[in-house]
Design a protein around this ligand. Structure first.
Ligand code: NAD
Ligand code: GLY
Length: 367
């Protein structure tokens, strides 16, 4: 078992990583004195694979449990779903000391954290992430959100969980596409912050896609540590430090929105975003062609998409203009200066963005 502490001044919390660690949950919860009644938010897929075990562990440790399932889709990150959950909690919560358990991937984590942040002006919650993407990224750091048709993650709050428990055995039922999606965020960490991790991934990406335990434990701990360090330095993304975690996300979010969250999952869109943003870095002379080529080679070897299909240049640019990463009229990109180093760049010249993006689209725009 590995423990990473997110050292926040007000509310530090542990990220516990390992295989077979779920039975420790009862004691961990008692230690943080979180309450007696667990309101578990999940979806039918996660419920089928993993919920029975969670409920029986909580019950045998003396907690009462209630499960709320929401549809298994990115579209569940909506105000409508959040409202339905809130009404259900209000019915359940009759003089109980409840806490919320976000039990699933990033979608469940984001919407559950958002609900926890607004119910009674904030109730305690924990994250039990069940996808690779959620274990390395979305369960950590307190970003909670729902989407609007106008853009992704437009409504949300910074609201941290009291505990993150990453049970690696849950990942065994993920399909290859979901493992690849999580690997995209791992590649992101390596590209922005950890050249050694990048070399490890170049050698070991197959072991990750086969969900080998040692490789999973290594990358989940390494990424959790990187994220915890960054978030501790810049909790609310106010100092430009946390911003580097958005590498690939400026274009990636625009691709997700332009394809109505249907053609690509989050990691696939971020992989495409990383390729476009690496190309911008190259065109600005920040990173060499050889290093940019290594990034493309790893993304491609991981089986992630390298060409944008199914959405147009125009729709991506329109979505990009609605992105909350804009600062006033200035665009803002995270660009690479090396493998393992990134910086935030404002006002990237539009023609450079357009050429880099067009080069990745199956049928480029003649504009
Ligand atoms: P997801 O939550 O949609 O999960 C992907 C799929 O895997 C779903 O069908 C889910 O039901 C299934 N699944 C989950 N656990 C499983 C298991 N153990 N076995 C089998 N199937 C399982 O997607 P995701 O990739 O986990 O997360 C993507 C979301 O996370 C996006 O909405 C993105 O915006 C958000 N995100 C948030 C942050 C943050 O900091 N808050 C960071 C990165 C991504
Ligand atoms: N996933 C980006 C962040 O948590 O800041």
């Amino acid at each position: 078992m590995r423990i990473v502490n997110l050292k926040l001044k007000k509310h530090p919390y542990d990220i516990i990583i390992g295989r077979g660690i779920l039975p420790r949950l009862g004691n961990l919860l008692k230690k943080i004195d979180i309450g007696a009644h667990a309101y578990i938010i999940t979806n039918p897929t996660v419920k089928k694979h993993c919920a029975e075990k969670l409920q029986s562990i909580l019950s045998s440790s003396g907690f009462s449990t209630k499960i709320k399932t929401i549809p298994d889709t990115e579209k569940s990150k909506s105000l409508e779903t959040a409202t339905a959950i809130l009404k259900d909690i209000a019915k359940y919560d009759k003089r109980k000391r409840i806490f919320i358990v976000a039990f699933g991937g990033g979608v469940i984590g984001d919407v559950s954290g958002f609900v926890a942040s607004i119910y009674k002006r904030g109730v305690s919650y924990i994250q039990i992430p069940t996808t690779l993407l959620a274990q390395v990224d979305s369960s950590i750091g307190g970003k909670t959100a729902v989407d609007l048709s106008e853009g992704k993650n437009l409504i949300g709050a910074f609201y941290h969980p009291r505990l993150v428990l990453s049970e690696i055995s849950f990942l065994k039922t993920l399909n290859l596409r979901q493992l690849r999606s999580g690997l995209a965020e791992v590649i992101k960490y390596a590209a922005i912050k950890d050249g050694e991790l990048f070399i490890y991934l170049e050698k070991k990406y197959r072991a990750i896609l086969e969900c080998r335990y040692a490789a999973m434990e290594f990358i989940i701990e390494r990424c959790s540590r990187i994220k915890a360090e960054i978030v501790a330095k810049d909790e609310r993304e106010e100092k430009g430090i946390r911003t580097i975690l958005n590498f690939g996300h400026t274009i990636g979010h625009a691709i997700e929105a332009a394809s109505q969250y249907e053609s690509y999952n989050h990691g696939e869109a971020i992989a495409l975003g990383m390729l476009v943003e690496t190309e911008i870095s190259k065109k600005l002379g920040l990173i060499s062609s050889a290093k940019a080529a290594r990034i493309e080679k790893l993304i491609s070897a991981a089986g992630l998409p390298t060409i944008i299909k199914g959405c147009s240049f125009k729709s991506i640019i329109q979505a990009h203009h609605r992105d909350k990463k804009f600062l006033g009229k200035k665009n803002r990109f995270v660009l690479l200066t090396d493998i393992g180093r990134a910086k935030v760049v404002l006002n990237v010249p539009i023609p450079i963005i357009y050429v880099a993006l067009n080069g990745r689209i199956k049928i480029p725009s003649s504009r």
